[in-house]
Design a protein around this ligand. Sequence first.
Ligand SMILES: *Cc1c(COP(=O)(O)O)cnc(C)c1O
Length: 399
Amino acid sequence: MGLHTGGQEQRGQYMKESGDNVHRHAWVEIDLEAIRYNLKRFRKHLGPDVKIMAVVKADAYGHGAAECARVALATGATMLGVATVDEGLALRKTGIAAPILVLAQPPAETIPLLLQHQLIPGVTDMEFVLALGEAADSHGSVAGYHLKIDTGMNRLGVHYSDAGDFLRTVAFHRGLSLLGVYTHFATADDVDTYGFNVQMKRFEEALANIRFMGIDPGMVHAANTAAAIRYKQAHFNMVRIGIGMYGLHPADITKPLIELHPAMSIKARVSFLKPVSVGEGVSYSFTYRSPGSVLIATLPIGYADGLSRSLSNRMDVLVRGQRLPQVGNICMDMMMVEANQRGSMLKPHAVVELGDEVVIVGRSENEQITLDDMAKMLGTINYELACRFGMRLDRVYLD
Ligand SMILES: *Cc1c(COP(=O)(O)O)cnc(C)c1O
């Protein structure tokens, strides 16, 4: 098993054999083999004719955009999706030459960069696309773009009933080349299928209009992970896989339909360990007091690393397959756990030692804590938590 670090160069990159950073004993582990497995699973699910766009926005949902993009392209993805021009530029800087779609239309000021680095914008307005065409034409080149069609999410896009006219208006332009059209579903992960069906119908209507005008829409794509898993009719030429590639399910409803392996684990090592006598408080505000005969272990990971303070006194961590309760308020850079099991005479006490590896998210022997568990406790979704853990923690890649 090879180990190497990725992510921002300014972060500590010195690695020990054990895999974590010698400068800081808290890290995110990314299992690249899990990402390969998930993409192969999607390939099987989609059949051979549907292309895969790997969505690597927000630093690949906290997993590291460059590493994940490279693995995805080597495992059958043919295109990358990002949210911003800077995310696209960062990928180009690492030498990635694959087509990159900027999923939301960027500011017009970025047009020279788009052309120079061959980033394909998702287009939603006429003024932008004409400026793009003019800029390309003035260099004697042609700018490729995808048209984003709004079929009901009401976030971005040309209204579905205007898409045909929009494309007919710019079809003359020698500086523009329509490479694809797409829409985005607001409710592909809902148990209720009504919203999805309405959007499908509107997208089909827009496509029929475009074709009726004699315009070739190019690549047609609509499905995110949830739609790719649930709705064959939404596959068209390509699907845009984000969360599923990282082994997370967009909702409970997709769980029985495809097996995925989570790629992200969060780990830390015990940095301090001491007995705390009965009645003593632990951490800010003493929201926990020692019931007596407890060992308190300190872990060097806190809310500045993405571990929400709202989980204080509510979450567990794993050490050698055993659950230990987190106690006291989670601090900015640290948190505490009870290192021996409270009052349990039935189970053997966990013997925790200084330097022991602690799993905050991931698997430890037969026990597992998932981002889904954590998201449920926090009233949010796994997407948000995965992104959050990319903020300060170093990433370690298992290849
Ligand atoms: C983020 C995003 C996706 C990927 O969605 P997942 O649910 O993570 O698969 C697809 N399409 C667009 C337009 C997006 O913004």
